[in-house]
Design a protein around this ligand. Sequence first.
Ligand code: FPP
Length: 252
Amino acid sequence: MLLRILKMIDKQELNTNIPAHVAIIMDGNGRWAKQKGFFRAVGHENGTKAVKEAVEGAAEIGVKFLTLYAFSTENWNRPKLEVDTLMKLLVNSLRKEIDTLQKNNIKLNAIGNLDALPNKARKELLEVIEKTKDNTHMTLSLALSYGSREELIKTIQEISNKVKNNVLSPHLINEAVINKHLYTKNLPDVDLLIRTSGEQRISNFLLWQIAYAELYFTEILWPDFKRTNLFEAILDYQKRERRFGKTSEQLS
Ligand code: FPP
């Protein structure tokens, strides 16, 4: 099956017009596990294999920025056992995959309220971020304890403080100033947002940054996601006309 899909995808088309920034809402681990009669944790565990597929696939075709929604601010409300499992998987994956990151020249980054993470997870994360900081081929950002509204509140608070302390004048607040205060300050806007599992919503992910992103929804449950599915999403993206508010005629 995989070989058949690979044959169907013309790799030539993946040589140009690659979105610089791809973001993924990895959804469906729980349903995948339930369908197979497993505990949800097994779904998350298999979700880590799909993370590897997506990361290696993105690096292979020259995506410069890949951002994965790994744990939302709302996910803290899940049963403690599930939260603990996800944090353990994070630590294990970071330990296991540091070599993959180095081999592929991938820089690790994290967005979100990292102070909320358990010490062990935060320490491991910061260590891998430090070790990969000089890598240049692709930036992999993990959204951890991330919520777009929380990010915007933090941004508004920081900017308000600057105004209050006369460091910034209100009329100088523009998109660039806001971008500089977001967790994504070092990332460009998202070009392509993918969500798996058939759900068609944004779930508090990168609300500001997806203003002009192309959206791609697939029925595939995250643990089944392979690099060919990423390539299919990118081929679909390449068929879109991104007008950014202009007319087709203006673009041509
Ligand atoms: C959504 O599926 C997935 C998550 C909340 C967590 C994503 C985590 C991983 C892919 C594994 C660990 C990640 C890293 C980066 C090592 P869901 O549980 O909401 O599925 P459901 O909607 O079917 O219940």
